[in-house]
Design a protein around this ligand. Structure first.
Ligand code: UDP
Length: 240
């Protein structure tokens, strides 16, 4: 596979990858490992925007399932993503990588608000910009936040680093015959309800022609391999 020529990417990490081998929360050793991967990618000259989920701490749907008001629970989920963003900021800065966190829920004491032109300037200066709190509204997820930021920051691709190594035609955990796609069209993902990102995020990427690269972030060095076009991955794109 030829090396993709990305200049600017948005890397979306699910909250669950920050747990490492724990059942809940933030494993700081694992976050430090993730930060090394991000630094290695940045050292190749890439501009990097980061979006981190919150599922390792709190998901709105889980709160709603237990009887909470959904919107209230979603705001708690958004706050969880801010904690994860601060943990990643800390890990990156310990490696000497300059970062800024911009949150869609304003929180002046801990980070900047989302200001696109300011984020542009940070990227120009070589900083990693971590976007927290998704789109800043309940009933959305950080996948939608990632697609939105990838579009407005004009990223060349949205890389989704997760626990599985791509997109399958069935759940590989329960179906041993599940096949992984190397490449798949946005419309197939939506029509077949394939587990990539939620539908609104996939549609936003489709409408803005942003390829979605799904890969496992759990294996060391995989982000670099995927960026070199070598790793195991699935690319969601037009006409695949
Ligand atoms: N959330 C939200 N609006 C957003 C982004 C996130 O309401 O724009 C809430 C929602 O409750 C979600 C939680 O934050 O469940 C954590 O985000 P997500 O589930 O996307 O995290 P991930 O699955 O990537 O770890």
């Amino acid at each position: 596979m030829s090396s993709p020529s990305y200049k600017r990417i948005l890397l979306k990490l699910s909250g669950e990858v920050l747990m490492g081998n724990q059942q809940f929360g933030i494993d700081s050793d694992f976050v430090a490992e993730l930060a090394k991967e991000v630094k290695a990618a940045k050292d190749t000259g890439l501009e990097i925007c980061l979006v981190i989920g919150g599922g390792n701490i709190f998901r709105g749907m889980a709160g709603a399932a237990k009887g909470m008001d959904r919107a209230q629970a979603d705001y708690m989920g958004m706050l969880a993503t801010v904690m994860n963003a601060l943990a990643m900021q800390n890990a990156l800065e310990q490696l000497g990588v300059q970062t800024r966190v911009q949150s869609a829920v304003q929180m002046d004491a801990v980070c900047e608000p989302v200001i696109r032109r300011r984020a542009e300037r940070h990227l120009e200066k070589g900083r990693v910009v971590i976007f927290a709190a998704g789109v800043g509204a309940p009933y959305f997820t950080t996948d939608s936040g990632a697609a939105l930021r990838a579009a407005e920051m004009r990223c060349d691709a949205l890389l989704k680093g997760t626990s599985v190594d791509g997109v399958y035609d069935a759940d590989p955990k329960t179906n041993p015959d599940a096949k992984r796609y190397d490449s798949v069209d946005y419309d197939t993902v939506l029509a077949d309800n394939l587990k990539v990102m939620d539908a609104s995020a996939v549609a936003l990427c489709r409408d803005n022609n942003i390829p979605i690269v799904v890969f496992s972030i759990r294996e060391k060095g995989n982000l670099a391999r995927v960026l070199a076009g070598e790793g195991v991955q699935t690319i969601v794109q037009k006409g695949a």
